[in-house]
Design a binder for this molecule. Structure first.
Ligand SMILES: [Zn+2]
Length: 86
């Protein structure tokens, strides 16, 4: 499943979680979006997001911690196999 690939939610190397990727402003209203050019995740403030909408994708941000989701799937699979007697 592609969405659980290692690095699928890789953050841009210049991104900081407390600052806007573009204007470097400190903000608590940052959104996590996908930078289309690099396909990496970055944080944007509302102003930059409105200005540069065409260069960024609002992605499925709840899967940001991809490994957490992967573990849940693996656990569910183990339970399923145990129930099946395998
Ligand atoms: Zn900004």
């Amino acid at each position: 499943m592609k969405c659980y690939d290692e690095g699928y939610y890789e953050r841009h190397e210049d991104d900081r979680p407390d600052r806007c990727f573009l204007c470097r402003e400190l903000s608590e209203l940052l959104s996590v979006v996908r930078h289309i050019e690099s396909m990496k995740m970055v944080h944007l403030c509302p102003d930059c997001m409105a200005d540069r909408m065409s260069e960024y994708l609002l992605d499925n941000t709840k899967a940001w911690k991809g490994k957490v989701g992967k573990q849940e799937v693996e656990d569910a699979l183990k339970i399923f196999q145990a129930v099946q007697g395998k």
